[in-house]
Write a protein that binds this ligand. Structure first.
Ligand code: HAM
Length: 410
């Protein structure tokens, strides 16, 4: 007999873990809903080209792509921004804007599995569609920040703008620009210098290094203006003023280029301060334009995705589980016990009854094993009098109660 293992990079989740994950998910949903975001769901697989058009080399190499039985090229989604933009172009192009969507779904990337990096993982994300105002970026960043705060996470929030590097490298073609940003993304400064020299771009080295070395608050804008005087900083300045007004803690960091290629403006990333090691990026997002590539008009959007699994790993939330009642019975009373169980359900408590045809003693010992708080014992003699025994298993006390009154006790 062979034992079948889980595929590499996937996980199983047992009930304790699932309860915690659902509790975290509830907070994410509630927070997003309180800002007017509404849930959307897209297919688990899409046409491959949805992701190859503009998602960036890294992601494309990591895609789980396959052919279906009719020879179509399909892919398991590596992320949800492109699918949500496809959905928008297909279904929502005429709806009043802005549109506020959120999603919670599994994604698939063929990566080297390690702590915090999986081949199947979950993202909770939002997309705010239809505005290129700094107010849209502000709302989305504040929402991401507040979800993480509501989960009591300890994190830093870094904000950049891909427009700066684009402006600086205006004369560099797309392929070389990508190469340069990949090296910046990997913080490979030596490689970057070598590459720029070999391509005859020595002139950029100092300005790029100065720019990506700038980190801090609003004062960073003044410094970067000296490096790229031709860039219009008003959007970024307005955004920073908004963040300060709303007391959001952040750092400007112009080395953020993001692994996905569709970003056009403000970009941001959040990092957990502890508990995750190298894979500590728990949120990534920014403003982008994708719809015109999917057959729609050019509509600006902004959004983010939280790495749900990384957050679940470090979040110390305890799921509060409901108290349990075991409805036990003496021989022959099992269906009466089931009837009483049905009556007790809906009290907010968990109601269980034995399905192994065990004797009363074993039923009660099982109640202890599962940590049940109460046992309701349906015994033949008492039942004939219209009564059952209600035992508080923690206190070890019991009373005889009328069956007609039993609901009142819970
Ligand atoms: P991303 O940065 O590729 O952005 O992914 C978002 C988050 O997903 C990451 O910050 C990380 O926490 C988590 N993540 C990514 N890959 C893995 C993995 N292999 N295992 C576990 N967690 C992972 C996006 O996907 C964009 N769609 C975000 C966005 C939305 N931008 C605009 N709107």
């Amino acid at each position: 007999m062979i034992q079948i293992e889980r595929p590499r990079g996937t996980r199983d989740f047992l009930p304790d873990e699932m309860e915690k994950r659902r509790a975290i998910e509830r907070i994410m949903r509630r927070t997003a809903e309180s800002y007017g975001y509404r849930e959307v769901t897209t297919p688990t697989f899409e046409h491959l080209n949805l992701f190859t058009i503009k998602s960036g080399e890294n992601i494309v190499q990591e895609i789980y792509a396959f052919k279906d039985k009719s020879g179509r090229d399909l892919a398991l989604r590596p992320e949800l921004t492109a699918p949500v933009m496809r959905l928008f172009v297909n279904e929502c192009a005429v709806m009043p804007r802005p549109l506020r969507f959120y999603y919670f779904a599994n994604c698939f990337r063929y990566e080297n599995p390690q702590k915090g990096r999986y081949r199947e993982f979950w993202q909770f994300g939002v997309e705010l569609i239809g505005s290129d105002s700094y107010l849209a970026d502000l709302e989305v960043i504040v929402l991401a920040y507040n979800i993480m705060k509501n989960l009591n996470l300890d994190f830093t929030l870094n904000i950049g703008h891909v427009g700066l590097l684009r402006k600086l490298l205006e004369d560099v073609d797309e392929a070389r620009y990508r190469k340069i940003t990949r090296m910046i993304d990997k913080n490979d400064i030596e490689g970057l210098e070598e590459y720029l020299s070999s391509e005859g771009f020595e002139g950029y080295i100092d300005r790029i290094k100065d720019l990506i070395g700038l980190k801090g608050g609003m004062e960073v804008i003044e410094h970067s203006r000296e490096i790229i005087p031709e860039f219009d900083f008003s959007h970024l300045r307005n955004l920073c003023e908004g963040l300060e007004k709303l007391e959001i803690e952040y750092n400007l960091d112009f080395s953020i280029v993001r692994g996905l290629d569709y970003y056009t403006g403000v970009v941001f990333e959040a990092f957990a301060k502890r508990g995750l090691g190298a894979q500590n990026q728990i949120c990534g997002g920014g403003s982008y334009r994708l719809t015109h590539l999917f057959g729609g008009a050019d509509v600006p959007s902004t959004g983010f995705a939280l790495g749900f699994d990384r957050i679940a790993e470090i979040c110390e939330m305890k799921a509060d589980s409901a108290e349990s009642i075991l409805v036990a019975y003496t021989p022959g009373m099992e269906l009466e016990a089931l009837k009483i169980s049905e009556r007790l359900r809906g009290s907010g408590k968990i109601v269980l009854s034995d399905v192994m045809e065990r004797n009363l003693k074993k039923q009660l010992s099982f109640a202890n094993t599962i940590g049940a708080k109460y046992a309701v014992i349906v015994a033949e003699n008492e039942f004939k009098e219209g009564k059952v025994i209600l035992r508080d298993l923690e206190k070890g006390e019991q009373v005889l109660v009328d069956i007609s009154e039993i609901r009142k006790y819970f």
